[in-house]
Design a binder for this molecule. Sequence first.
Ligand SMILES: [Zn+2]
Length: 71
Amino acid sequence: MSKTWINKYSESNENHQAFIEIQNQCPLCGTDVEIEVERDNSLEIQAFKLKEQAFCPKCNTKTRQKEHSWH
Ligand SMILES: [Zn+2]
């Protein structure tokens, strides 16, 4: 059951976010990527969005960009 953390509920879980941050490495060079999380607090809570970007400082490329939203 080690993969049960990856579901639509855990994506909005703070512990899960931290887990991603620790685990994430560049698929090209293996360097730890820098995670940038943007929260848009200007919207109503119903439309709360979390924007997540992973950036490799070595390859100078974005390795991942995700947008989470929850209700
Ligand atoms: Zn890289």
